[in-house]
Design a protein around this ligand. Structure first.
Ligand SMILES: Cc1cc2nc3c(=O)[nH]c(=O)nc-3n(C[C@H](O)[C@H](O)[C@H](O)COP(=O)(O)OP(=O)(O)OC[C@H]3O[C@@H](n4cnc5c(N)ncnc54)[C@H](O)[C@@H]3O)c2cc1C
Length: 450
């Protein structure tokens, strides 16, 4: 398993639950989308004209309550509802019609109703907004989901290794410990030029999914202006964080000396460009490396137009205010807002095609804060506690990519702004594919080209 974002963690959970020996490799790349995701689970308002996208997100959302029960721990999941808001009441009509059309097939969205005083549900909101309430919408803590899935996978026998993975042309996996990767990654990553983005990281019900750049120009810096490959990512320095995912993650130095766990060739190392890489033996490989999936698969001779779409997001607190049950606020355009326990409010996010540049910028923050305060002026005095940035993995041709790229290697990525919704399902789908299970949904629309 290459990658332990929400997709990789879910695949590892599914595989280890079936008694498969799993080695999960993660380089702890800065910009991992899962740690930055807002946590909105409200699939029914988006992808009006894309049944494949809609099916994956709807089914992903539908399975959350069961997942919460199976994991048996707090993953921040709560059905708080979503307020679709607009300054113009008439602008709510298309989404009302869309929800009505989809209700019979997805009654879990709940009965949609008009809300005359949205501030009764979300106090900081602007007074002049019209609103519809979708009561079945939920929020979830992406980090907590990922940690819970990974923790359960480890308890089921999976092994986690911290390091950068690469694939040889014949599908063999090599891993290099994170400490070396970090040093190399930093020295090889020039700051890329940036473009100004737009807020609304989760494409709203009005916007639909933002058009991906064409495969010819997939929103990355021109070749030659910055290096490609995992090194571009700027790996997270060890010591700056407890590891990619907090508890349960081993330090790189330990991993180096630990080669020899199940499925790993004992201490076998081969020289690649004067660095030491360990071979990870496996019968099958799943690449769920988020925005980096295209780079990881390139040595196989497979060109996958997967690119990063940056999102910057702000966390704030309102001291003494219980925000835990506030609904999600989804404006017709612009930023979204949602509450979490601990007096926390999240406002996001930018949508920027600037390549592998996982940085919080002045411009990005300005954009999010300005637009957020327009929708919820009552947040003016809130304390900014944290900013996050993540690279959404976008698969340029369309819906997410779930399938085999060679006999040995399968991929699962491209969940864009919907990975916290559809990530657990997607991970289980790709795991099932590798196991030869009958998929619960037809995977043909998500298969790789050719
Ligand atoms: C600001 C923001 C807000 C969002 N809000 C929402 C939301 O409200 N609702 C929703 O449903 N979705 C949301 N999303 C989208 C969601 O977060 C992503 O779609 C999802 O997290 C993608 O998960 P992933 O596992 O595919 O990739 P990632 O989480 O990016 O994980 C990929 C992993 O692969 C590892 N990796 C990569 N290459 C290598 C390598 N060579 N070797 C080893 N490890 C490697 C990386 O370290 C990383 O941990 C949001 C995203 C952002 C950025």
């Amino acid at each position: 398993m290459i990658g332990s974002g929400i997709v990789g963690a879910a695949a590892a959970y599914h595989l280890s639950g079936h008694g498969v020996s799993v080695t999960v490799i993660d380089g702890g790349y800065r910009g991992e989308a899962t740690q930055a995701g807002a946590g909105i689970v409200c699939p029914w308002v988006d992808h009006p004209d894309d049944e494949d996208w809609y099916q994956l997100t709807r089914e992903g959302a539908r399975r959350y309550p069961e997942l919460v029960g199976a994991l048996g721990e707090d993953i921040g999941y709560a059905q708080v509802g979503a307020l679709l808001v607009s300054e113009e009441p008439a602008e709510l009509e298309p989404v009302r019609a869309l929800l009505a059309r989809r209700y019979a097939e997805a009654p879990e969205m709940g009965v949609v109703s008009d809300v005359t005083a949205p501030s009764a549900l979300f106090p900081p909101i602007a007074e002049d907004l019209s609103a519809l309430l979708v009561p079945g919408a939920a929020r979830v803590d992406g980090r907590a989901v990922r940690d819970a899935l990974l923790g359960a996978a480890l308890r089921q026998g999976a092994e986690l290794r911290t390091g950068t993975a690469t694939i040889t042309p014949d599908g063999q996996v090599l891993v290099r410990a994170a400490r070396e990767a970090d040093a190399r990654g930093r020295s090889l990553s020039p700051p890329p030029p940036e473009a100004r983005g737009t807020t609304g990281g989760r494409p709203s019900w009005r916007q639909g999914a933002p058009e991906p750049p064409s495969p010819e120009r997939p929103g990355r810096e021109p070749a030659g202006e910055h290096t490609t490959g995992p090194e571009d990512a700027g790996t997270r320095p060890l010591g700056e964080d407890a590891g990619p995912h907090g508890a349960g993650v081993e330090e790189a130095a330990v991993v180096e000396s630990e080669a020899g766990g199940e499925g790993v060739a004992a201490g076998k190392e081969i020289g690649v460009a004067e660095e030491s890489w360990a071979v990870v033996e496996a019968d099958a490989v799943i690449v769920a490396a988020g925005a980096w999936t295209g780079e990881v698969c390139r040595p196989l001779g497979v060109e996958l137009p997967v690119f990063p779409r940056r999102g910057q997001i702000v966390h704030a607190t309102l001291d003494g205010v219980d925000t835990a049950w506030w609904p999600i606020v989804l404006p017709r355009s612009g930023p979204y807002l949602l509450g979490f326990p601990g007096s926390r409010v999240v406002v996001g996010a930018t949508v920027e095609d600037v390549g592998f540049a996982p940085r919080v910028t002045m411009g990005g923050l300005e954009e999010v804060l300005q637009a957020g305060l327009r929708v919820a002026p009552g947040l003016f005095g809130a304390t900014v506690t944290e900013t996050r940035v993540g690279l959404r993995p976008v698969y340029a041709p369309g819906p997410p990519l779930i399938g085999r790229v060679t006999d040995r290697v399968a991929v699962a990525t491209g969940l864009s702004a919907y990975g916290l919704t559809a990530g657990p399902l997607t991970g289980s789908l790709v795991a099932g594919l590798v196991l030869g299970e009958e998929p619960p949904i037809d995977l043909t629309p998500y298969g790789p080209p050719g």
